[in-house]
Design a protein around this ligand. Structure first.
Ligand SMILES: Nc1ncnc2c1ncn2[C@@H]1O[C@H](COP(=O)(O)OP(=O)(O)OP(=O)(O)O)[C@@H](O)[C@H]1O
Ligand SMILES: [Mg+2]
Length: 377
């Protein structure tokens, strides 16, 4: 690269700086609410100055990095799409190339300058996009951390609430249940006693629901062998009072008499939560033959259980949120039912997923049958 040619190109760019910048700014894709719009011209100017320095062979890497980082931050603040950003920078490059033929040099003479400018722009874009991506990832991480933290805070409050709730309610409840037993012993079968007992059972169930969200209350205990068929029968007996006032039919199809290791009370709670959710969904629906189907089969070393209803579809955008704590679409829902279910199934080293289409909504549980291991946090 001769000095003469070098000076010719540099002084041409210096002389035409304004015209190049104007044409470039006129062509850029504007971002509607860009708070850094007016900085664009200044950045373009800095870039042209750096290019001229680079054509003079002066080492200005540090300045290029600092410009690339500054621009990346501004573009991120302006919430600009990274594709638009790259396109806009490339427009600047093409405006320089469009103007260079006016110097009157041959292609061969211009070629080394074009290569240098190209390399410089590519290097700038690489630095800026890399920085932009780093900053964006960091922001997303910070946001997710914040959301997670808020969830955790709410869970802690819920844990504390449930602990005091449990203490306030559990003792009188146990004593009332004890007195009912005494009444039964003393007077045999009395009118309404069964109803009172079943209602108290429901209350106890609700309390244990909260109890499970409070880690302090979870006692370490051994897994026991559960006969799945009798667990389902027990569950259906338990929800019978809820069923009678509805026109929902429950159909079961249990293959063989499978058993697995687990916590019977907790697993029963999973079944109850999912069935009650299905009932809620069916009661709201206009379906003429409202049906819940519970099926199970053994496959290799796992028990596959599915609880399916023909109620309304869960919209795709809600499907990934239903297992989140506090997600509810019900007036009086707390949104912790499915959260607890998944937690319990994971304690059984299993999985719980939901699939929903316009005809059917299905909750599928898979648990290993011979695992005695527990996964507690
Ligand atoms: N079978 C189902 N059909 C349709 N929607 C469902 C079904 N099961 C759950 N959902 C949706 O998932 C949400 C979350 O369910 P989840 O059991 O966690 O909370 P909830 O039932 O609203 O309140 P609760 O804490 O009393 O159980 C429900 O509000 C409902 O929108
Ligand atoms: Mg529920």
């Amino acid at each position: 690269m001769s000095n003469l040619l070098q000076n010719q190109v540099i002084s041409f760019i210096a002389k035409n700086e304004e015209a190049i910048l104007k044409k470039w700014i006129d062509r850029v894709i504007p971002s509607p609410e860009d708070p850094n719009k007016d900085k664009m011209l200044g950045n373009g100017k800095s870039m042209l100055r750096l290019i001229m320095l680079c054509l003079k062979d002066s080492n200005n890497e540090a300045e290029l990095i600092s410009l690339a980082y500054k621009v990346a931050e501004e573009r991120l603040d302006a919430k600009v799409n990274i594709g638009d950003f790259v396109y806009n920078v490339s427009l600047g490059r093409s405006e320089i190339f469009n103007s260079l033929p006016k110097i009157g040099l041959t292609i061969e003479e211009l070629d080394p300058f074009i290569n240098k400018i190209n390399f410089y722009f590519d290097h700038f874009l690489h630095l800026a996009v890399r920085r932009y991506t780093e900053l964006k990832d960091k922001r997303i991480e910070e946001q997710s951390y914040f959301i997670e933290q808020t969830h955790k805070d709410r869970l802690t409050i819920l844990g504390q609430m449930s602990s005091s709730f449990v203490h306030e309610f559990r003792n009188p409840l146990t004593s009332v249940m004890g007195f009912i037993k005494l009444l039964r012993e003393k007077y045999g079968s009395l009118d309404y006693l069964e109803i009172i007992e079943s209602e108290l059972d429901q209350l106890k169930f609700r309390i244990s629901q909260f109890l499970l969200t409070s880690k302090k209350e979870i006692k370490e205990k051994e897994k026991e062998s559960i006969q799945f068929l009798s667990l389902v029968e027990g569950t259906l007996d338990f929800i019978y009072p809820l069923l009678v006032s509805t026109d929902v039919h429950i159909h079961t199809d249990i293959d063989g008499n499978p058993s697995f290791y687990g916590y019977a009370d907790e697993f029963r709670q999973v079944m109850i939560n999912i069935i009650i959710n299905s009932l809620d969904a069916l009661i709201e629906s206009n379906q003429t033959q409202k049906q819940i189907t519970i099926t199970s089969r053994l496959e290799k070393n796992s028990l596959l259980v599915s609880i399916t209803n023909n109620g309304p579809m869960i919209p795709a955008e809600s499907l990934h949120s239903i297992f989140e704590p506090f997600f509810t679409t019900k007036k009086l829902g707390t949104g912790i039912g499915l959260y607890i279910c998944r937690k319990i199934i994971e304690e059984h080293q299993g999985t719980l997923v939901c699939e929903s289409n316009p005809e059917l909504t299905s909750f599928q549980i898979v648990i290993p049958v011979n695992s005695k291991e527990t996964k507690r946090e």
